[in-house]
Write a protein of this length. Structure first.
Length: 173
């Protein structure tokens, strides 16, 4: 991974570690949905709280793990401008985790796709080397089908077949 990717993955790890343990699921009713953990006794992550007749605000998990107290959004809100009520963000680990999830997950999936492509290219290169008799593997697996040996990359040097798990037993070279 390049430096930018390593940095981004590190930032995602920090958000994951700071957020309430999971898994999470929705509970409650349509009028009062509650996001809480599914294990460990339903620890609330987000819980709505009526704030007068004009609307609701959310409460977030706060305090020590195991005995959380709920804190109002207002207590962790970072305003866009001090004199206005517009939010810039909510300074709470679970809020940060949720807000970044829409970009973090696609980023991580792109990284998985890139690593899978890199692994496939490496395997294809190794297989080509093995098929050409240039395998430098010192480990091998016995191939019962021809009494030959599969190299560690899954190519039988004796009969030219590819590794098929049902016909292979471990053995020494």
């Amino acid at each position: 991974m390049d430096d930018a990717t390593t940095k981004r993955v590190g930032e995602i790890r920090v958000r994951v570690e700071a957020a309430t343990f999971g898994p999470w699921s929705w509970f409650g009713t349509p009028k009062e949905p509650i996001l809480a953990t599914t294990t460990g006794g339903k620890v609330f992550v987000i819980k709505p709280h009526r704030s007068g007749l004009n609307g609701a605000t959310f409460w977030w998990r706060g305090g020590a793990k195991g005995y959380p107290r709920m804190i109002k959004t207002e207590e962790c809100a970072i305003k866009e401008r001090e004199y206005r009520n517009d939010l810039e963000r909510i300074d709470h680990p679970d809020a940060e985790f949720i807000a970044h999830s829409r970009t973090d997950i696609p980023f991580l999936l792109e990284q998985v796709d890139a690593l899978e492509a890199e692994l496939k290219a490496f395997r294809d290169e190794q297989l080509e080397r093995c098929e050409n008799g240039n395998c430098d593997s010192t480990d091998s697996i016995y191939h019962e089908g021809c009494d030959g040996m599969f190299c560690i990359h899954g190519y039988c040097q004796d009969c030219g077949s590819h590794l098929i798990p049902e016909t292979v037993t471990e053995g020494a070279a």
